[in-house]
Design a protein around this ligand. Structure first.
Ligand SMILES: NC(=O)c1ccc[n+]([C@@H]2O[C@H](COP(=O)([O-])OP(=O)(O)OC[C@H]3O[C@@H](n4cnc5c(N)ncnc54)[C@H](O)[C@@H]3O)[C@@H](O)[C@H]2O)c1
Length: 278
């Protein structure tokens, strides 16, 4: 059910690769809620993913940009403003990648060139997006910028590796830039800390199935889906959340406040059944 929450609003969505992508779901919800959007991803992801079909179906511009390149970002904002005939109202940063995770380098044997790339792609790119937008004065007053994070920024999660460091930095950038952007331009900047979700990036993490299951058992409301995350993004892009800024907002069914749940305890106890019978 649509509420027209984004009627008349214009936005840029980074990171839709395929139907599983959180950004894909956000793009669909934004359109449903009346927004006009521009999609962007790296040239490689545009070739490899399904995003060209999505853009063609909805007749949306798809502008290639590597979010680590200020030159590409400048081009993206300029093209988007030309397309919209003015500034944008919202931006979704839905970007993450770690070569250490991909190449299975453990946290105590990191490749430091890979680490630099992880930080640049998954965190510093958010600063680059914000700084480029600000220099070009590309966001309207009361605009909203959201990036996607994960609870591993606060708590150690087995095998999340250097992405935990990237997420901690991402959340810090939201606070530091949020202060400046709020004070000078009344633009809000937040991160949403989402439940583990079966996507291309998510499933690259070793033991991801178990992590999804554990989080689901621990969360009183169960894991939040990509579609539910998209609903939350729409709320944050809308005028109903104008005074929310510099926050890391958990969207995880309650996981981040839990220590142990009945369902997780039940499963844990089951693992002792055979031993008890010996
Ligand atoms: N899936 C999860 O469990 C989960 C949980 C919490 C947060 N997140 C975060 O959500 C975001 C989206 O991930 P997803 O799970 O939808 O996976 P996804 O693989 O669908 O999306 C990741 C996107 O990042 C893009 N990307 C990579 N390098 C880029 C670059 N240099 N420039 C521009 N784009 C680049 C990819 O092309 C891809 O579209 C990420 O920040 C991820 O860390 C995911």
């Amino acid at each position: 059910m649509a509420y027209n929450l984004l009627k008349g609003k214009k936005g840029i969505i980074f990171g839709a690769l395929n139907e599983m992508s959180i950004a894909w779901q956000v793009a669909e919800k934004c359109i449903e809620e009346g927004a006009e959007i521009v999609l962007t991803n790296t040239p490689l992801s545009i070739r490899m993913g399904d995003i060209q079909d999505f853009a063609a179906k909805h007749q949306i511009p798809l502008i290639p940009a590597d979010a680590t390149s200020v030159e590409d970002l400048t081009h993206l904002f300029q093209e988007s403003m030309t397309h919209f005939g003015g500034k944008v109202d919202f931006i979704l940063h839905s970007i993450g990648m770690s070569l250490n995770v991909r190449k299975k380098r453990p946290y105590d044997d990191l490749d430091y060139d890979f680490l630099q790339k992880t930080l640049d792609i998954s965190a510093i790119s958010f600063h680059k997006v914000l700084q480029t937008a600000k220099k070009l004065d590309a966001i309207n007053e009361w605009g909203s910028v959201v990036a996607l994070s994960y609870v591993a920024a606060q708590r150690t999660m087995f095998e999340y590796n250097d992405m935990a460091d990237a997420k901690a930095m991402l959340e810090s950038i939201a606070r530091s830039f949020g202060y400046i952007y709020g004070r000078e331009k009344r633009i809000r900047v937040n991160t949403i800390s989402q439940s583990p979700t079966m996507t291309t990036a998510g499933s690259g993490i070793k033991g991801f199935d178990s992590l999804v299951d554990f989080a689901d058992r621990m969360s009183p409301l169960g894991n939040a889906t990509a579609e539910e995350c998209a609903n939350y993004c729409v709320c944050l892009f809308s005028d109903l959340t104008r005074k929310i800024t510099m926050q890391n907002l958990y969207h995880d069914g309650g996981f981040s406040s839990m220590g142990m749940s009945y369902r997780a305890m039940h499963q844990y106890n089951k693992s002792f059944d055979n031993e008890d019978k010996k």
